[in-house]
Design a protein around this ligand. Structure first.
Ligand code: PMP
Length: 406
């Protein structure tokens, strides 16, 4: 191991533990990433020193909490290169951000006979809200097909647009297969057809820089816990021109400007979409996770993850009876694979006993698994804090599974 990697690993307290008497090799980063001590400490410090409700109190601590909460919003805005922090709405995460758009945009702009496009690569979070909206509005859900290698069929997308298409929602990076979708091309095609685009960025923010203005997306949904921040917080970037036209998603305190029994006027952006007491501590934690990532730098993250992806792909594909699912030309550091005649749950349990944490199952992408004709995969998703030695241990444990079953 090099010293920089040693130093980075020591920033993550959880990585120091053992699992079944062996050093933990954590390869479930697409499900959630681990948290550096500075994120954990920031949350702890907030509750010890500044806990207060935001935007309301004139007292000192309330003002401290408000400054920290709004400071986190400013950090998110600049991390995504949004044109203003009014375009950043805090949510519980990606799922809530997508539900917000499906519900609010859907309420205003989707009517009977209209069409919504998603892709065959989507997580359930970017299918079910649109599907249920379509049921409610008697609209039609269209699906961009996927090739066997996990790439979207972009030519087929061309024929899905028509005058009834109202929105296109697609993931930036597939959690199940690691495919990095050609989102700029998709956005360009959609905009040529007058269709706004929501990107599900749950997997998009931890592997490299995201510039929402340069990409041109209309909405970008994300979760802090997948980018080294806490659970329970995430957000939605939305272009102001859309957010201004969309009705509130939930009603209550904070999101109002004036309330009488006869009527209510709503607050300005972004507060119009943030009803109730927000998750201040975790918003602060998200801001510190951004500081952490920026401290490490994207060059290191990308170089390390590309190395692990190449090394892991070579080693795993060389094991007889193992097949990698998802071989797109552009991939993030996620390797999904199946083993001949061995159920992924059995394999996953044995791999776990060897101190290696992988994910098994359908990865909340049942329609994709149906399309690929499988029930699920074993998925190893790498972070910059993982090592080649850990991948060697994964390979050893997969070989051990084969030996046990043979
Ligand atoms: N979309 C993708 C691509 C995901 O990977 C996930 C999380 N696995 C989600 C959406 C949902 O994210 P969350 O559960 O944090 O809301």
């Amino acid at each position: 191991m090099n010293t920089l990697l040693d130093k980075i690993r020591s920033d993550f307290p959880i990585l120091q533990q053992e699992s079944f008497g062996k050093p933990l090799a954590y390869f479930d980063n697409a499900a959630t990433t681990q948290k550096p001590a500075m994120v954990i400490d920031a949350i702890d410090q907030y509750y010890r020193e500044a806990n207060s409700n935001v935007h309301r109190g004139v007292h000192r601590m309330s003002q401290m909490a408000t400054r920290a909460y709004e400071g986190a919003r400013t950090k998110v805005a600049s991390f995504l290169n949004a044109s203003s922090s009014a375009e950043i709405i805090f949510t519980r995460g990606t799922t809530e951000a997508i539900n917000l758009v499906a519900s609010s945009f859907g309420e205003a702009f989707i009517h009977e006979g209209d069409e919504v496009i998603v892709s065959a690569l989507e997580h359930h979070s970017n299918i079910v809200p649109w599907q249920q909206l379509c049921f409610k509005k008697k609209a039609v859900l269209r699906v961009i097909p996927v090739f066997d290698n996990g790439e979207l069929d972009i030519d087929a997308l061309k024929s899905l647009f028509n005058s009834k298409t109202r929105i296109l929602a697609v993931n930036h990076i597939s959690n199940a297969l690691g495919t990095i979708n050609p989102v700029r091309e998709i956005i360009r095609m959609a905009h040529e057809n007058g269709v706004p685009v929501l990107l599900d960025g749950a997997q998009g923010l931890s592997h490299g820089p995201v510039d929402v203005q340069e990409m041109g997306c209309d909405f970008y949904a994300f979760s802090a816990h997948k980018m080294y921040g806490p659970m329970g917080i995430g957000g939605l970037y939305g272009k102001k021109e859309w957010l201004d036209k969309m009705p509130p998603y939930q009603y209550g305190g904070e999101m109002i400007s004036k309330v009488t029994f006869e009527n209510t006027t709503f607050n300005e952006l972004p507060y119009k979409f943030e009803a109730g007491t927000p998750n201040v501590a975790d918003a602060i934690g998200l801001g510190v996770a951004i500081d952490y990532l920026q401290g490490i730098g994207w060059d290191f993250v990308r170089q390390q993850e590309a190395d692990l992806l190449a090394y892991g792909t070579e080693k795993i594909s060389a094991i007889p009876g193992v097949r990698i699912i998802g071989t797109a030309a552009q991939k993030a550091s996620i390797i999904s694979f199946v083993m001949d005649k061995i159920h992924f749950y059995d394999a996953g349990s044995i791999i776990d006993q060897m101190g290696v944490a992988v994910r098994t199952g359908n990865h909340c992408t049942q329609p994709l698994m149906d399309r690929l004709g499988i029930l699920g995969t074993i998925r190893a998703s790498f972070s910059f804090y993982n090592t080649r030695e850990e991948i060697d241990r994964l390979v050893e444990s997969v070989v051990k599974v084969k030996e046990l079953f043979d």
